[in-house]
Ligand binder design. Structure first.
Ligand SMILES: C[S@@+](CC[C@H](N)C(=O)[O-])C[C@H]1O[C@@H](n2cnc3c(N)ncnc32)[C@H](O)[C@@H]1O
Length: 338
């Protein structure tokens, strides 16, 4: 992934599937205090456009409702039932009561902290949503060091950390969309999962979406003689005979309780080869290599190769199949070093 701007323009599949997962998880349960993590937030559009509206933020709700409200108040009685709300706001004085109570409602404001190991992604997100917009949305974007770490590092050492390194606080929920399959191998994935689990408050939840089998990984394997270091860029479950069970086992090994994992068949159609090529370019990790073939040659090779795995129709559209892992897992009530 070399360019946040090109990724943000060509991530229709990722956005569609993040929406799909959020709809599957509805209604999200918010009985534990704490903020919300988005691990591998990339350019931030999924965080802001899809995750933010799914996380309770009553003052945001109030701000949104208040525009409608002003019109309704002018027109007479206001009888809108707020989405989060128990109360029915029937007039201005009730509304003021509701507004005054906001600071005292438990966990009414949940910040979303989007983190990414790629500095350029975080810089792009912070640029696109400047300080004021981030405050208004109650969203932060932070760069974190790669969590993957050396595979042979003793995972148990993580339990001795006093803070939820490298995160700024403990979270009630940790989301991650299309990031975990970037782990170069299973030990690195395990390490990441364990760090995410440690970042949760007791009883908090991880909600995860990652690729299992994907034709793009098959392409990297097919072109292994040209693409240096290709092994690191194949999702850890691409060749697994039972990704659901394997991922469940890894979540348990990372200290999560009761992991619920689903393997879901997905299908995507690109209107033409240009769209497919842009989508592949946006996630291709081989385009910045200083040695070997130039970026254009690599991309052309990948786009040629992927056509083996797609169905081309007479209108020029191309379809392909892949599988997603969608998981929910809880942190124990007495979680890690807390
Ligand atoms: C395909 S993008 C997904 C962005 C966004 N979540 C979305 O759904 O469009 C994957 C992002 O995850 C980041 N990433 C991968 N593994 C990560 C990790 N262990 N910690 C933090 N960021 C990670 C990458 O740098 C990249 O920006």
């Amino acid at each position: 992934m070399h360019n946040p701007k090109s990724y943000a323009k060509a991530n229709a599949l990722q956005r569609r599937d993040a929406k799909f997962a959020l709809a599957m998880w509805k209604p999200l349960c918010w009985d534990v205090p704490g903020d919300v993590l988005d691990l591998g937030c990339g350019p931030g559009d999924v965080t802001v456009d899809l995750l933010r509206p799914s996380v309770p933020s009553l003052s945001l709700l109030f701000r949104m409702e208040s525009d409608v409200l002003q019109d309704e108040l002018k027109a007479g009685e206001y009888a809108t039932r707020p989405k989060a709300g128990k109360a029915e706001l029937r007039n201005e004085s009730l509304l003021m009561e509701f507004h005054n109570a906001l600071p005292f409602l438990p966990h009414s404001e949940r910040k979303i902290v989007g983190v990414d190991q790629a500095r350029e992604m975080v810089a792009y997100a912070n640029d696109r949503w400047g300080k004021e917009a981030r405050q208004e949305l109650n969203v932060d974007f932070l760069h974190i060091p790669a969590l993957a770490g050396p595979p042979d590092e003793d995972l148990d050492d993580l339990e001795n950390l006093e803070r939820p390194e490298p995160f700024p606080c403990y979270f009630a929920k940790a989301f991650s969309f299309f990031a975990l399959h970037w782990a170069p191998d299973i030990p690195s994935l395990l390490r990441t999962l364990k760090i995410v689990r440690r970042s949760l408050v007791g009883g908090g939840e991880a909600k995860l979406v990652l690729l299992a089998h994907c034709p793009v990984f098959s392409v990297y394997k097919d072109l292994s003689s040209t693409l240096q270091g290709w092994e690191k860029f194949i999702g850890p479950y691409h060749d697994s005979p039972d990704p659901e069970e394997e991922f469940r086992g890894h979540l348990l090994e990372a200290g999560f309780l009761d992991p619920q994992v689903e393997l879901i068949n997905r299908h995507i159609t690109y209107p033409n080869i240009l769209f497919l090529s842009k989508a592949m370019e946006a996630v291709n990790p081989f385009l910045d290599l200083s040695e070997g073939p130039c970026s254009k040659e690599i991309l052309d090779m990948c786009v040629d190769e992927i056509q083996k795995y797609t169905v081309k129709r007479s209108d020029g559209s191309l379809s392909g199949e892949y599988t997603l892992l969608i998981a929910t897992a809880s942190a124990p009530h007495h979680n890690g070093g807390r």
